[in-house]
Design a protein around this ligand. Structure first.
Ligand code: ADP
Ligand code: MG
Length: 507
C-alpha cells in the first residue's frame, strides 16, 4: 500500500515570499561553500503536515490489523513446518536443539563466535545454578581480509589456531571437567543447513566472506579437522544460530520459562520451542525431550497486510535482495534510518520542510543511521534540542523551527511505533502457535519469557516501549499468560557455550 503523494511540487531554491522567518544557511560540499537565505512559509509547513498525515495513515498498525498480521504469521508457520519449502516465506528450520540449558550446567566451556569480520573466542565457567557464571573471558580477533576470500583450510586453520592459543591461556584453577578435552560451541551466523546439533552444510557466504571451497560441506568437520591439525583436543559440541543462542541464554538465566529467542539488531529473526510431533517435515525419530527448537528465519515474512509506504518500496527496490525480507526491512535496524531519510527527503523537496532548503546529503543513501533516528525519537526536551542537533550535525541544517522539528520527531515516532508493534504481532503469532495466549480461567497467570537481543531492541527505548505495550494489548488484560520481553545480551557467544554444555558429551 503505497502513499499517493502528489508529485510535481518542486523544490524552489529561492526564498519563499510571505510571513515566514528568515534564516541563513551555510553548507559546504566538495570544498564549495554556498550561502542561501530562506524563509519558511505557512503554506510549506501545511504541506509538510499533509505529507506527515498521509505517512501516518499508511503506516498505521491498529490492534485489529496486528491480530490479522499475527494470524498470517501463524498460517505461514504451519505451512513452513509441513514440508521443506511449504512456505515460500518462513523456512521454519529444525535446529536439532532438543535440550536447552536447564541452568544446572556446570564446568568449563568454550565458544567460537564467527558472525562477521570480527570473531570471538570465549570461555565460561558455569556454576550449576540458574544464571550462575563463575567466570567469563573472551578475546576478539579480526579476520585477515585475505582469509575471508581464501580457502576453507586457511580460514579454519586461523580460527582453530586462535582458539587453541586462547585455550593455552587457561588459568590452572580452571580445571576442566573432562580432563584434557575441551568442549566448545560454535556460533556461526551464515546460512547453514543443519544436519545434527553439531553438523551443518554451508549454503552460501554473506557479509563479505567468499570461501568457495567450504560451500556444500560440513562446517563443523572443517573446523574440527583444523583443530586436530593444531594438536589440541577440543570438541565442537553444538553448532548454533544466534537466535537459538539467545533462547538458550534465556533458559539459563531466567527462572520463568523462556519459549522464544528473538533478535532485532541489524536484521531480525526468531526461534522458539515447538512440540516435535507437530513438525510434520521432521523425518527422524522424535527427540526424547519431545521438543525441538525451530529457527523461523522470520525476516522473510511477507503479507499484503503489512502497512508499507512509498519509502519501504524504495528501500526494497534499492536493496541487494528486492522483494525479499519484507518483515526485516520494516522492523530492523539496517533499514529504519534509511526509511526515515526517504520520508524527510520527500518532505524537504516537496513540502519545503526546511523552508525550501534541501540538504544535498539528505538525498544521499545511508546518511541517516538508525542510532540517530532513535536518538531523535527519544528526545523529550520541550524544544526538541536533540532533533535540532542531529539535523545540524548530520545534514547541516543550521536552524529549524519547533514545528519542523516536531514533524521530524513525528516521522521517527511513526516508524518506531510501526516497527515495535509489528515485531510484537510476530511474537504474538508464535505465542498463539504454541498455545500461550487466551484468557485466564481462574485468574492465575502462567509466565512466559521472550529472550531478546540485538542493538535496536537494546538501545532504542521508544521502540521497545511500543513493542512491549503492543504485546500486552494483543494478549489482553485477562490473558492466561504473563509475557515478558527480557534482554539476553550476547546470545550468540554465551549461548553457544551454554548449548555446548547442555549437549555435552562428557557430562
Ligand atoms: P548485529 O545485528 O549486526 O549482530 P547488533 O545486535 O549489535 O548487531 O545490532 C546492531 C544494530 O543495532 C545496528 O545496525 C543498528 O541498526 C542498531 N543500533 C545500534 N545502536 C543503536 C541505537 N543507539 N539506537 C537504535 N539502534 C541501534
Ligand atoms: Mg548479532
Amino acid at each position: 500500500m503505497a502513499i499517493g503523494y502528489a508529485l510535481g511540487v518542486q523544490y524552489s531554491p529561492l526564498p519563499v515570499c510571505g510571513s515566514g522567518r528568515v534564516r541563513t544557511q551555510c553548507r559546504q560540499r566538495r570544498g564549495v561553500v554556498s550561502m542561501s537565505v530562506q524563509k519558511t512559509s505557512k503554506k510549506a509547513s501545511l504541506a509538510a503536515e499533509k505529507l506527515l498525515h498521509e505517512f501516518r495513515e499508511a503506516s498505521a498498525t491498529p490492534l485489529p490489523l496486528l491480530h490479522q498480521v499475527s494470524d498470517a504469521m501463524v498460517h505461514e508457520m504451519y505451512a513452513g513446518l509441513s514440508s521443506d519449502g511449504g512456505s515460500d516465506q518462513l523456512k521454519m528450520l529444525p535446529t536439532y536443539v532438543e535440550n536447552l540449558p536447564s541452568g544446572k550446567e556446570k564446568g568449563l566451556f568454550y565458544a567460537v563466535d564467527l558472525g562477521g569480520t570480527n570473531f570471538r573466542v570465549l570461555r565460561v565457567q558455569l556454576g550449576g545454578k540458574t544464571g550462575e557464571i563463575l567466570s567469563q573471558e573472551f578475546k576478539e580477533v579480526a579476520i585477515p581480509p585475505e582469509l575471508m576470500v581464501g580457502t576453507g583450510k586457511d580460514l579454519f586453520d586461523f580460527i582453530a589456531g586462535t582458539l587453541a592459543s586462547f585455550v593455552d591461556t587457561e588459568d590452572d584453577s580452571l580445571k576442566s571437567h573432562s580432563g584434557e578435552v575441551r568442549e566448545s560451541g560454535f556460533a556461526f551466523s551464515f546460512p547453514v543447513r543443519q544436519t545434527s546439533v553439531k553438523s551443518g552444510i554451508v549454503i552460501h557466504w554473506t557479509k563479505g566472506f567468499k570461501v568457495d571451497d567450504a560451500v556444500g560441506k560440513d562446517i563443523v568437520k572443517q573446523f574440527q579437522d583444523a583443530i586436530s591439525r593444531s594438536g589440541h583436543q577440543i570438541t565442537i559440541s553444538a553448532l548454533v544460530n544466534d537466535t537459538v543462542g539467545t533462547l538458550a541464554g534465556g533458559r539459563f538465566n531466567f527462572e520463568e520459562e523462556t519459549m522464544i529467542g528473538c533478535i532485532i539488531g541489524t536484521g531480525t529473526n526468531a526461534c522458539y520451542v515447538e512440540r516435535a510431533d507437530t513438525v510434520q517435515k521432521w523425518e527422524h525419530p522424535l527427540p526424547k525431550s519431545g521438543e525441538m527448537v525451530i529457527n523461523m528465519e522470520w525476516g522473510n515474512f511477507r503479507s499484503p497486510l503489512l502497512p508499507r509506504t512509498f519509502a519501504d518500496e524504495i528501500v526494497d527496490r534499492n536493496s541487494v535482495n528486492p522483494g525479499d525480507q519484507w518483515f526485516e526491512k520494516m522492523i530492523s535496524g539496517m533499514y529504519l534510518g534509511e526509511i526515515v531519510r526517504h520520508v524527510l527527503a520527500r518532505m524537504a523537496e516537496e513540502a519545503k520542510l526546511f523552508g525550501g532548503y534541501v540538504p544535498v546529503k539528505l538525498l544521499e543513501p545511508l546518511t541517516l543511521g538508525t542510532p540517530q533516528v532513535s536518538k531523535m525519537h527519544a528526545d523529550t526536551s520541550p524544544d526538541l534540542q536533540v532533533v535540532a542537533k542531529v539535523l545540524k550535525d548530520v545534514y547541516g541544517v543550521e536552524t529549524t523551527t519547533l514545528e519542523e522539528r516536531k514533524i521530524v520527531h513525528d516521522v521517527c515516532d511513526i516508524m518506531g511505533e510501526r516497527g515495535g508493534r509489528l515485531a510484537a504481532a510476530g511474537l504474538y503469532g508464535i505465542l498463539k502457535k504454541i498455545g500461550r495466549t487466551g484468557k485466564a480461567e481462574n485468574g492465575s497467570k502462567k509466565k512466559t519469557v521472550i529472550a531478546m537481543d540485538g542493538g535496536l531492541f537494546e538501545h532504542h527505548e521508544p521502540y521497545r516501549t511500543y513493542m512491549e505495550s503492543a504485546l500486552q494489548e494483543l494478549m489482553g488484560s485477562d490473558a492466561a499468560y504473563e509475557v515478558a520481553l527480557r534482554l539476553q545480551n550476547d546470545g550468540s557467544g554465551i549461548g553457544a557455550a551454554l548449548l555446548a554444555a547442555s549437549h555435552s558429551q562428557f557430562t
